[in-house]
Design a protein around this ligand. Structure first.
Ligand SMILES: [Zn+2]
Length: 87
């Protein structure tokens, strides 16, 4: 690791999740968790400007340390599992 790295290339770790209703097992929503770090020196990138920490199925959130963006996603064009149509 070097302190004068210009952070020119990056790697991202992305998890895509299907959130299920119990006990029915029906898909109720989708979510993605994204972590990014510099490929050259390993410095983790923090997500800024996300006002909510924690987990939500309707708004983007960030982990307490800022290193993981958690964002709800929908298929497009889509009718979300709740029944609202998105265009
Ligand atoms: Zn770097």
């Amino acid at each position: 690791m070097t302190s004068n790295c210009e952070h020119g290339t990056f790697v991202a770790d992305v998890d895509v999740k299907r959130l299920l209703d119990f006990p029915d097992g029906l898909v109720t929503s989708y979510s993605t968790d994204i972590r990014i770090q510099c490929a050259d020196c390993g410095t983790k990138m923090q997500f800024v400007g996300i006002p909510t920490m924690g987990v939500s199925n309707c708004t983007p959130t960030v982990s307490v340390d800022g290193f993981e963006l958690r964002a709800p996603i929908i298929p497009c064009p889509a009718i979300n599992p709740i029944g609202d149509k998105h265009e």
